[in-house]
Design a protein around this ligand. Structure first.
Ligand SMILES: Cc1cc2nc3c(=O)[nH]c(=O)nc-3n(C[C@H](O)[C@H](O)[C@H](O)COP(=O)(O)OP(=O)(O)OC[C@H]3O[C@@H](n4cnc5c(N)ncnc54)[C@H](O)[C@@H]3O)c2cc1C
Length: 465
């Protein structure tokens, strides 16, 4: 007689929950994905521009070549065609210098970066030397020594990096990659971004940019693929507690009073929602209170509709300015005299009030981009999510939990769990794949969802500790 497949309930339809759903459906489990909102995608979502009806991302998301798990998820669910790979970036120097940043395609990593570095014409010879010495010290830093400095800024200062070197190089790379200021982030995630994202492999620093709104990618295409694989997706269903019996989780209680019975349970909500889902069973997770109080870091998206295009580039990184990135999404349904641009500011804790901020960024655009000198802003919207990502401090790193809990059939996932990655789509997908692999292993079923990092080049293996 055929036995029914084991049932797994996943709470949270962000990237972590959906990655787990993919892995678990492939392992033959009956998967129910429970999402409180009317769409999946979580923090990677969009809003509707009331004037054009276009779907616009709350905040531009980009992946990198080193995001092997995110790229794997996109490939397996047939979505990679909707992402464009860029092998070079453009930095706008402090005085408006236009600097291409592209690694060599034939030198082994990390030597390939010498070419990229030489493009940063706004850096003086002295500053280049200082930064090169800093990169060398970072490569030679032993992983076990990373916790010796409270913040990356402390390490940079100890490594002889001047204020100018930090402002004009390290901050440009680190603040947007980590979603947090260098005087708060721990050394380990900062080093991970630089080593895995730039120094180990020629493709690691490629930038992958979605060519469709996030709500289409993660709110339609990805859940459609999961549904075709047999995953049941319950939208607008809020979990308010878990049921347990005999030391095992037995189901999820929803706010409408119903219960979804399950043999396995995975909670993939943000860290600050975990306790709400655990309900009475909060002691199932060690240090639940400490997890709930992990501090957050805000990211701000400034949506600007201008009477003309401000740049021909698809994206620009700004050095030492309030603006960190400017994007020109191709799908934003521009209309004559109403051209969409998005500015992204990570770690945006200390921004001035709305109008002052708008004046400041428009002033910077006019000063630095020739095409912006005569431009007028016809509409704007500023969106700050105060809990965009968790703050990747040393204290936070210590609080990030593993996927397992005190209950043998209850797992955790989410970008905030202990993946080794900062709060990114890659961390979310790793966490979902990892939980799926552990549940499948527990059942003696095939797993192997989690992908390894890009292999280090022969030279990086010699140089990077
Ligand atoms: C402004 C901003 C910019 C970003 N930029 C980038 C970027 O450029 N690159 C990058 O890699 N990452 C970026 N990130 C980070 C990235 O969005 C997250 O790391 C990732 O989406 C987290 O996925 P997740 O599944 O772990 O969590 P979430 O996306 O938060 O998903 C959790 C889901 O759980 C649901 N939920 C919560 N409580 C309940 C409940 N009680 N019952 C049912 N469902 C519940 C939520 O509604 C949500 O859908 C950015 C984030 C923000 C906010």
């Amino acid at each position: 007689m055929e036995t029914a497949p084991p049932r797994v309930a996943i709470v949270g339809g962000g990237l972590a929950g959906m990655a787990a759903a993919l892995g678990l459906s492939q392992a033959g489990l009956k998967v129910t994905l429970i999402e409180a909102r009317s769409k999946t995608g979580g923090r990677a979502g969009s809003f509707i521009d009331p004037t054009t009806g276009a779907e616009i991302d709350y905040c531009q998301h980009v992946g990198m070549g080193c995001c092997t798990n995110l790229l794997d998820l996109l490939k397996r669910t047939g979505q990679l065609d909707a992402w464009r790979r860029y092998r070079s970036l453009t930095f706008i120097g402090p005085a408006g210098e236009v600097c291409p940043f592209a690694g060599s395609r034939w030198l082994p990593a990390p030597l390939h970066l010498m070419k990229a570095f030489s493009g940063l014409s706004y850096l003086s010879q002295d500053l280049r030397k200082t930064i090169a010495q800093g990169i060398w010290k970072l490569m030679r830093l032993r992983p076990e020594d990373q916790a010796n400095w409270p913040t990356m800024q402390d390490w940079l200062t100890a490594a002889g990096q001047s204020e100018a070197a930090i402002r004009e190089f390290w901050d440009v790379i680190l603040v947007s990659a980590l979603g947090e200021a260098t005087d708060r982030v721990a050394v380990a995630p900062a080093r991970k971004v630089l080593v895995d994202g730039f120094l180990s492999h020629r493709d690691a620093g490629d930038v992958w940019v979605p060519q469709l709104p996030l709500s289409v990618l993660f709110g339609q295409r990805l859940p459609d693929d999961l549904t075709r694989r047999g995953v049941e997706i319950r939208l607008s269903a809020r979990a308010v507690g878990i049921e347990s019996h005999g030391g095992r989780a037995t189901g999820v209680r929803l706010s409408d009073g119903s219960t979804i019975a399950a043999d396995y349970l995975l909670i993939a909500t943000p860290w600050h929602q975990l306790q709400n889902v655990l309900g009475d069973a909060s002691d199932a997770v060690d240090d639940g209170d400490a997890i709930a109080s992990i501090p957050a870091s805000p990211i701000t998206g400034i949506h600007l509709w201008c009477d003309r295009t401000l740049t021909d580039a698809d994206h620009l990184a700004f050095v030492g300015r309030t603006i960190q990135w400017l994007f020109r999404p191709t799908f934003a349904s521009d209309q004559p005299g109403r051209i969409y641009h998005q500015i992204v500011i990570s770690g945006s804790r200390d921004l001035p009030p709305r109008q002052q901020l708008l004046d400041q960024v428009v002033g910077e655009l006019r000063e630095l981009l020739p095409a912006a000198r005569e431009a007028n802003v016809v509409a704007s919207r500023i969106v700050t999510d105060p809990k965009s990502v968790y703050s990747v401090s040393l204290a936070t790193e210590k609080r990030r939990p593993a996927a397992t809990t005190r209950l043998p059939n209850l797992w955790l996932a989410g970008d905030w769990t202990a993946t080794g990655w900062p709060a990114t789509m890659e961390s979310a997908v790793i966490s979902g794949y990892r939980a799926a692999d552990q549940i499948a292993d527990n059942l003696g079923r095939s797993s192997g969802n989690e992908r390894p990092a890009l292999a280090k080049s022969w030279l990086a293996r010699l140089l990077v500790r």
